[in-house]
Write a protein that binds this ligand. Structure first.
Ligand SMILES: C[S@@+](CC[C@H](N)C(=O)[O-])C[C@H]1O[C@@H](n2cnc3c(N)ncnc32)[C@H](O)[C@@H]1O
Length: 231
């Protein structure tokens, strides 16, 4: 079975009424992704479907605003990733890694704990004619890594320790997040903000339109970092 067809089957496990469509990203038309159909109704779901979605959310079927904003930023200013080994941590659809590859990264790897997201990243890399090696365990990602991209991975406070795991790679860590104003860590500083919305539109509140980019301050490695206190 073709990878895109396999991905379609994975989506149907939780959302039988939806389908995948390869779509150019608004504001980032250089990138095309296999995402949930954009006319998918955002109203209340039947209870059994809702339970399946909560148990197994298909995050990878959306391009999250933070990933979209980070992709735009990398394509507009490739110097942060050009010639580097870039890791897209919490890759979902793979949007950030794909942008890094298009921006001239020497090597792109991606890591996601969700097997379906790993497949989505592989499929979308192929759609965009870029090469990405995908791993479901951070421990398996080949070292050294020069740059770690984390787009919309901190939506759950339980994921905050992932910042320490990223910092431990002794790489330049770039975080993009529309839900967190302050990472609460002295080793990270805001770089800039831009506007981007999750695609297809999930009807998110206006407050989530602003994507904030943070990067690890020079000289701060794993040894100097402390757990984030506030989100
Ligand atoms: C909201 S999605 C964002 C996907 C993509 N970066 C984007 O911006 O569209 C968050 C992703 O992080 C992944 N994730 C959560 N915890 C993780 C962990 N500990 N290691 C790797 N990936 C993780 C989830 O499986 C999910 O695919």
């Amino acid at each position: 079975m073709q990878p895109l067809t396999r991905l379609q089957h994975r989506l149907h496990r939780t959302l039988p009424m939806a389908h995948l469509a390869v779509q150019a990203l608004p504001g980032c038309p250089e990138i095309r992704l296999a995402l949930i159909n954009s006319d998918f109704p955002t109203g209340p779901l039947p209870p059994d479907v809702m339970r399946a979605v909560i148990a197994e959310p298909a995050y990878w079927a959306f391009c999250w605003g933070s990933g979209l904003g980070l992709a735009r930023a990398l394509l507009d200013a490739p110097r942060r990733v050009a010639g580097k080994h870039v890791l897209d941590l919490g890759s979902g659809s793979g949007v950030a890694g794909i942008a890094a590859a298009m921006a001239g990264a020497r090597r792109v790897t991606a890591c996601d704990i969700d097997a379906d997201a790993c497949l989505a990243t592989t499929v979308n890399a192929e759609v965009n004619n870029v090469s990405i090696d995908v791993f479901d365990d951070l421990a398996d990602v080949p070292r050294p890594v020069d740059v770690v991209l984390m787009a919309d991975v901190l939506y759950d406070r339980a994921n905050l320790p992932l910042l320490d795991a990223a910092a431990a790679l002794n790489a330049h860590v770039i975080v993009a997040d529309s839900r967190i104003r302050d990472l609460g860590r002295s080793d990270f500083a805001p770089i800039f903000e831009l506007q981007a919305l999750t695609f297809p539109n999930l009807g998110e509140f206006d407050e989530f339109r602003t994507v904030r980019l943070f990067e690890q301050r020079p000289g701060h490695g794993a040894a100097n970092s402390s757990p984030a206190e506030s989100a």
